[in-house]
Design a binder for this molecule. Structure first.
Ligand code: B12
Ligand code: SF4
Ligand code: SF4
Length: 388
């Protein structure tokens, strides 16, 4: 990683100059599709014990990259020497158009789809273009605009791409507060937004507000997200055991899905939105200003059986440029097998058993085991043999 100390020397900014620059940054950021911009100091020392305890508890599961960098994740100036501030950015991602995404009562619609055993539920964030690319490109453009104004400065852009404590940086720079589900949310936009950062060697004025708690802000006594989590992954307020989270199990984890959690996955085949769907602040969630997050057919309304029928070529074609592609066809089928097992148990629809059995010959061991589990979800041999 480039050392910012070897680049331009830091230009001192007086208070008025800093505020004026921040105002211009906000205008440019808005034009680029960001909803909010803040400036964080690089001292995250009081977040370090929480990060360490999370890792010590083993909550990261098989995400080795979470442990690999130790405390660098909480120390921006160690990750990129010379960094003195972090420009934090938030981008809303609910799809733009009524006909291309969830309608105004989108939460009710999403909950209804979750309750339909035949429906394949892909998390809202993953139905359009890969957000990593969208945010990184736009943050780079923002950094270039800043440089055009003030001259060259050492910087680097991030979006979920390096050891960075993104929620912590965002909440400290008043983009919102950390909810009990651990995500960042805001009174005017809820939590359906992505985060990104520009590490920079320019001492911009921090937008921190000592009076605003970074954790729990406007959650009050609410515990809806904790109560709604299907797998009990939010083990206490602000404590998430990723090993139980459906997002981890369906995206990050590449082995067998633990048997005791398979039923709780329901029909969720990529990610999970449940803790956010029940959050009262998400009635204020906003649509994206960009076309990038428009829903790509058929990810918003497909059935499990439609997606199960995709061969690898169809999977690659339908997921091109989106985040789902990186899990690969094998993990995709594993997730679908679990969801089909749940649907089979719930509905007894013989078409499900037939489709599951059709993929058994030649299936890799991991998939074969999930298919066998799925078929065993309905005790009655009759519907299975009737389906043959
Ligand atoms: C790893 C990861 C995951 C993991 C673990 C999530 C987690 N909460 O840690 C999994 C795969 C489960 C996951 C799921 C999701 N993720 Co994710 N994820 C990340 C990632 C890469 C790192 C998060 C991290 O640092 N976790 C480590 C722990 C230590 O952090 P923490 O929970 O914030 O813990 C702090 C405190 O809560 C406290 N603490 C925590 N545990 C403990 C324990 C003890 C004992 C103590 C004392 C303190 C303590 O201390 C910590 C430091 O302050 C970030 C991107 C990034 N680089 O930051 C995206 C990110 C957090 N994810 C994001 C999203 C969108 C999601 C999903 C909504 C996707 C989906 N729909 O399926 C779900 C939501 C699940 C949830 N409720 O969190 C967004 C969130 C945007 C927002 N508005 O906040 C991010 C920021 C990516 C992005 N660039 O936009 N994710
Ligand atoms: S994303 Fe789903 S499984 Fe993960 S904490 Fe939220 S509700 Fe629980
Ligand atoms: S559901 Fe309630 S507790 Fe959870 S983040 Fe939203 S307001 Fe906070």
């Amino acid at each position: 990683m480039t050392d910012l100390r070897s680049q331009e020397q830091t230009t001192p900014l007086d208070a008025a100059g800093g505020e004026a620059l921040l105002a211009r940054l906000r205008t440019w950021a808005e034009a680029l599709g960001f909803s909010q911009i803040g400036i964080a100091d690089v001292n995250l020392a009081d977040a370090e014990p929480g990060l360490l305890r999370w890792l010590e508890a083993g909550f990261h599961g098989s995400m080795a990259y979470m442990a690999a960098h130790g405390l660098k994740r909480a120390r921006p100036a160690e990750l990129l020497p010379g960094t003195v501030r972090v420009i934090t950015a938030r981008m809303d991602y609910l799809p733009r158009h009524r006909d291309a995404g969830p309608p105004p009562d989108w939460r009710a619609q999403e909950l209804a789809r979750s309750a339909d055993p035949h429906a394949a539920v892909v998390s809202v964030y993953a139905r359009g273009r890969d957000y990593h690319k969208v945010l990184r490109q736009r943050l780079q453009r923002l950094a270039e605009q800043l440089q055009a104004e003030i001259g060259p400065h050492g910087h680097r852009v991030f979006c979920d791409s390096a050891p960075v404590l993104e929620v912590e940086l965002a909440s400290r720079s008043t983009l919102g507060w950390r909810g009990k589900h651990t995500l960042l949310l805001d009174r005017t936009g809820g939590s359906m937004s992505f985060l990104g950062e520009i590490y920079i060697d320019l001492p911009l004025p921090p937008t921190d507000d000592a009076a605003a708690p970074s954790q729990g802000g406007h959650c009050g006594t609410c515990t809806r997200c904790i109560d709604a989590c299907p797998t009990g992954a939010i083990v206490a307020p602000y404590r998430l055991d990723a090993r139980r989270c459906i997002s981890y199990l369906t995206i990050e984890h590449d082995g067998p899905i633990p048997l005791d959690l398979r039923a709780a996955l329901g029909n969720r085949i990529y990610g999970c939105d449940d803790c956010q769907l029940v959050c009262p602040w998400n009635k204020f969630a906003r649509r994206s200003a960009l076309p990038d997050f428009d829903v790509r057919a058929p990810l918003g309304h497909a059935t499990l059986l439609e997606l199960w029928a995709w061969d690898e070529a169809a999977f690659l074609r339908h997921t091109e440029g989106g985040p789902i592609r990186r899990i690969g066809h094998a993990r995709w089928l594993r997730n679908l097998a679990v969801a089909l097992g749940n649907a089979w148990r719930e509905t007894g629809d013989a078409a499900i058993a037939t489709a599951l059995q059709q993929r058994l010959p030649g299936a890799q061991a991991l998939l074969a085991e999930h298919i066998a589990w799925a078929l065993a979800q309905r005790d009655a041999a009759a519907p299975v043999s009737a389906a043959r």
